[in-house]
Structure formats: C-alpha cells, structure tokens
Ligand binder design. Structure first.
Ligand code: ADP
Ligand code: MG
Length: 583
C-alpha cells in the first residue's frame, strides 16, 4: 500500500471543505439530525414537539416546536459555525443546563443538506431562512405561528461519499424513532409526536415519568411491575424507574442511564445496576432499570464525545456506590428472594460494618411481620405465582449449592484484597483479578451474536498495523467484528460481538496493539475487555457488591485470572493454628 505524496505545505482548508469535514463528526445519519433538532427544540423551552420524517429521514426531516423562537438577528447567524446563544465564556460550561452548547449542530446540518427555518418570537413577525450547503439563499418575512419549524431535505446531496453509508429507509426510520424515545424519556412534561411517511407512529402526551416510560414502550412492561424511587445527595440526585425482579431480560437493552437528561453509555453504571440486582438475577438475565442522574454540571464534562454519548465524571465511584445503595434499598422490599439469600450469611462478631448491615436487614424483616404495606404482599404473591417461577426456583437451587459455604466478609485490605472466612479457610481475594476472571468467563461462555453499532466507530491505523489488520480481517469477522474501509488506513467499526457494545475504544486499541498472528484472537480480545472493564485496584466496594463478588469467585472452576495469576491466597484454620504453635 502506498501513501499518496502531496505538496507537504500546510494550508488552511477553505470553509466549504472544513465545514463538511466537521459536519461528518456530528451528523452522519438522519437520526443524528433528529437528535440535534430535538435538543434545540427542548432547549428553546417547547412544550410540544412534532417530528416528521420521510424516506427514513434521508428525503426530509421536519421538526415543529412551540418554543421561544428566534429573532431576525439570531436567524442571520444561527447556521454559521460556533454560533450559540447558550454559552459565551468557558466558565459557562460549569452551569450549563441546556442540551446544546457547541453551536455546531445547525451549521453542520446546513453544510450537508438544504435547510429551511421558519421562526417566530412572541410579539414580532415570523421570518424564513433558506440555506443550501452552507450557502445563504434567502432570509425574509414569512407566515408562521410562534415557535420554530425546521425543514432539512436532501441529506448529503452535496457529499455523495456520506450518502453511501446510509442504510435502508426502514433502518434509518427505526434509528430516528429510537432517538425520539431517548429524547422524550427524560422530558415527560413535553408532548412529542412522531410521523414517518405521513403516518403517526408515536404519540407521547405530557405525563409523569413513569407514564412516559410506559407509553414510550407500549406492551413491553406491565405497569404494576415498574416502580419509581429516588435518592438525593450533595451534588446530585438519582431517580430510578426500576423493574420488579420478576422482569428478567436476556440483554441489557433496558438498562439505560441518563445524565442531565441525556442518554449516555457508561458501562461502570450499567455494572452498578447489575450488582444491585445480582441476588435476583440468575446468570444471563438482566433487569429493567432506567436511571436518571441530575448532577451539578461543574462535576461532569460532556465535551469529550462528538455526539455527547459519553461524559467524564469527577465523582464516578461515589455515584456508582449511591446507585447500588438505591437499588439495594428498593429491592429490600422484595422479601421473598432476599430473605432466602440473607439467611445464608453468618454475621461475625467484632466486624461492625457487616453487623450493622445485618441488623438493618433483620429490622426490616421484623417490620415485615407487622407491615401494612399491601404492595409488598402483592409483589411477593406475584413473584411466587409468576410464570417465571421455574426460573426462580432454579436460581435459588443453583445459588443454594454455592451458598452452602458460610461466607463471612470482613472488609477490604490495602484497597485490593477482599478478606473473607469461608468454612474453615481464610481468603485474601484480589478483587481485580477475581472480577476480571468472572467477566472473562461470561464473555467466553456465550456464543455471541453480532451487534450492529448505531454509530459506526471511526479509527485509523498506522501502515504496518493496517496491513496486519487486513490480513486478519477474516478472523475478526469470525468473532463478530465487522468493519468498513473508508480510505487508506481509515476504517469504521460497524458491528461488534453482542456483549461488547460500548467497548469500541477497547476493541480498537486491541486492534492497534496486535503484533503477530491472530490465532488466539477471541481469547486475547476478551481477556483485554475483561481486564479493562473489571473493578480496579483501589476501588471501594460496598458490602453487598463485595459479598456477591466473593460468592461468584468461589464458583470459579479455575481461580486464575486470564493472565494466569492466582485470584486468591488462602490460609486454612489448621495452618493458622500451626503458625502460633497451637496444634
Ligand atoms: P447550540 O444548540 O449548541 O447552541 P445549534 O447549532 O444547535 O447550537 O443552534 C444554534 C443556535 O440557534 C442556538 O443556540 C439557538 O439560539 C438557536 N436555535 C436553534 N434551534 C432553535 C429552535 N428550535 N428554537 C429556538 N432557537 C433555536
Ligand atoms: Mg443545539
């Protein structure tokens, strides 16, 4: 493969080119336009937003809102790069409450389509703006009601290369619908309508949060099996719509995390949810849980991902902890399963933390005997009579086997070792290695299906890595990783193995780190993912998480991490007695 020789002189790209490159980052498919336009209507304070698409959005997208509208002055510049009314200074990012702030959406959309905006502020006449491929065509008086109507047509007409990556209209329409639902969930006060090819597909009237969830996913959840609860902390609030433990899913699709009203991919928090539920979910089952985090904007940074799908948190471990706590306390009302699992732990005298936890739970049981909470009784009954009863019985049986041990968790040492006495042995368990092995086994135990990525993940390879990758493409494909070549050295990831969504950066780093044959590709990749996703040295674990981890560790057949290090160090009672000459 050869690199084309260019003149070597650096030049600043003309606007016409740079705008199109920038547009590619924010706008790659119709749903990204939908996402940005809905953001803008929400930011404009609309109480009613209607979305229309035709041809899956490739022909036409229209968003109509009744928000504040724009003045003539605003319309003159709204389609230019970095034009935003939302921030003016760097520090404004710390108090930001709007979804938009970079001032790049309208300019990116304008660069790759024909854009028409009619907008009306209260007490002033409406105006209409037309822009084709970033070029101003006209701006004049028009007819219209208060609010804004935005029409985007002929997407990518000026960029045929991008047009090639569009999927079938039906697939694009599905992605738009998914985007609308994600936008609508955290804003139940706003009414949304979605029309595709002139048919009304979704109507979400203003409602409560729980009603919004139920109407967004009609027929999916039994209203009686969804509960709402929340907790407040110094810098943030958590609100959850939590599924009854009887609601079991085979994938993580309905574990969704929203941060300041925006859906994010944050695997650490998805794991927190799974830990919270782990006593109720047999392996391979996942709960339904929608988590809404409302946090002081100064403690997060959304400016690390073009589509704001990821954020940097400054206090992630603390939030992780609070999420587990909130779920645990919610689940503590589900006595039937819970009590069974708690009975198996023996409290140890002298380890106050564990004792406190145990006492707390015991009080709960006492309260149960005189409880008047009808809801709980019906829940218990429901679980006992539910159709998943076989499932549950199996689960209890299988857990029973592993819980014949008497596990006494005694705390964490050097922020790495979980200390536990189990029967007549004492264990020092390396929390990272143990969790790594458990995740690794989970990844390896499954025959993975291929999962298409909603947003392809772009990456570039050096020449030598590019050649190696070329050579091994087939092996990657065999394990569910498919890519498309964009140009020399530039690729995009379009599908990954099922359990690996959200791990695209790890996969790409893995590809970049390869040096030789791909004979052990699958095992190596999963070892890498397990290592990077596992609890780290230094992470503080709450008691339930620690006990769950210990339990799962004890079920490991081969207690060595994927790199071959032992997961624990063990001393028996006899050995200890022997050490002090007591034998
Ligand atoms: P950002 O949302 O990051 O500010 P955009 O490019 O999305 O940047 O929008 C630019 C500006 O145009 C916004 O800051 C806002 O002032 C205005 N605007 C866009 N859409 C609307 C709308 N639907 N209603 C009112 N104003 C809008
Ligand atoms: Mg915006």
């Amino acid at each position: 493969m050869s690199i084309k020789k260019t003149s070597g002189r650096i030049k600043i790209l003309p606007d016409s080119v740079s705008l199109r490159i920038a547009a590619g980052e924010v706008i790659d498919r119709p749903f990204s336009i939908v996402r940005e336009l809905l953001d803008n209507s929400i930011d404009a304070g609309a109480s009613k937003i209607d979305l229309y698409i035709t041809g899956g959005g490739t022909e036409h997208i229209r968003v109509v809102d009744n928000g504040t509208g724009m003045s003539l002055e605003d319309m003159k510049i709204c389609y230019l790069p970095y034009s935003t009314s939302k921030i003016g200074r760097m520090e404004d990012l710390d108090t930001l409450t709007t979804l938009g702030f970079r001032g790049e959406a309208l300019s990116s959309i304008a660069a790759c389509s024909r854009l028409e905006i009619i907008s009306k502020l209260a007490n002033s006449p409406p105006n209409k703006l037309t822009v084709h491929s970033s070029r101003l065509i006209s701006l004049n008086r028009a007819a219209g009601t208060e609010g804004t109507v935005i029409d985007v047509s002929d997407l990518f007409y000026s960029i045929p290369a991008r047009k090639k990556f569009l999927k079938k209209p039906s697939a694009e329409a599905t992605a738009c619908k998914k985007t609308l639902i994600e936008k609508a969930l955290p804003f139940p006060d706003i009414s949304f309508r979605f029309y595709s090819d002139n048919k009304l597909k979704i109507f979400l009237p203003a409602a409560t949060l729980k009603e919004r969830l139920l109407s967004a996913y009609p027929d999916l959840f039994n209203p009686q099996l969804i509960y709402e609860t929340y907790s407040e902390h110094k810098d943030y609030k958590l609100r959850i719509l939590a599924g009854d433990p009887a609601l079991k899913r085979k994938d993580r699709r309905y574990i969704q995390i929203f941060l300041n009203n925006r859906r994010i991919n944050e695997f650490a928090l998805v794991q927190a949810v799974e830990y919270g539920y782990s006593a109720f979910m047999p392996g391979g089952n996942y709960p339904v849980l929608f988590l809404f985090i409302d946090i002081n904007p100064a403690l997060i940074d959304f400016n690390i991902h073009p589509a704001k799908k990821e954020a940097r948190f400054f206090n992630l471990p603390e939030i992780h902890h609070s999420v587990v706590d909130l779920i645990k306390s919610f689940l503590s009302t589900f006595e039937y399963n819970y009590k069974k699992s708690m009975d198996k732990y023996t409290p140890s005298v002298g380890f106050s933390e564990f004792n406190n936890m145990f006492r707390e739970k015991n009080n709960l049981y006492k309260a149960d005997t005189i409880q008047t909470d009808k809801r709980r009784n019906t829940i218990i009954e429901k679980i006992q009579n539910s159709t998943t009863i076989n499932d549950k019985t199996n689960f209890n049986n299988s857990k029973e086997e592993t819980r014949e041990h008497q596990i006494i968790y005694m705390g964490q040492l050097f922020k790495l070792f979980l200390l536990a006495s189990i029967d007549t042995n004492f264990y020092f368990i390396d929390q990272h290695a143990a969790h790594e092995k458990i995740l690794y086994n989970e990844l390896r135990s499954k025959k993975h299906r291929k999962q298409d990525l909603l947003i392809p993940f772009l990456f570039e390879l050096e020449k030598s890595k590019d050649e190696l990758f070329h050579k091994n493409l087939k092996e990657y494909q065999n394990i569910g990783i498919s890519v498309e070549k964009l140009s020399d050295f530039r690729w995009q990831l379009i599908s990954v193995p099922e359990l690996c969504t959200g791990k695209e950066d790890i996969i790409v780093n893995f590809i970049k780190s390869q040096t030789g044959s791909a004979s052990n590709l699958e095992a190596d990749l999963y070892a890498d993912i397990a290592c990077k996703s596992a609890i780290k040295d230094g992470d503080t674990l709450d008691n339930t998480t620690a006990v769950n981890l210990i339990q799962q560790t004890m079920e490991l057949k081969n207690a060595r991490c994927p790199h071959g290090r032992p997961v624990w160090f063990q001393v028996s009672r006899e050995e200890l007695f022997h050490f002090v000459g007591r034998l």
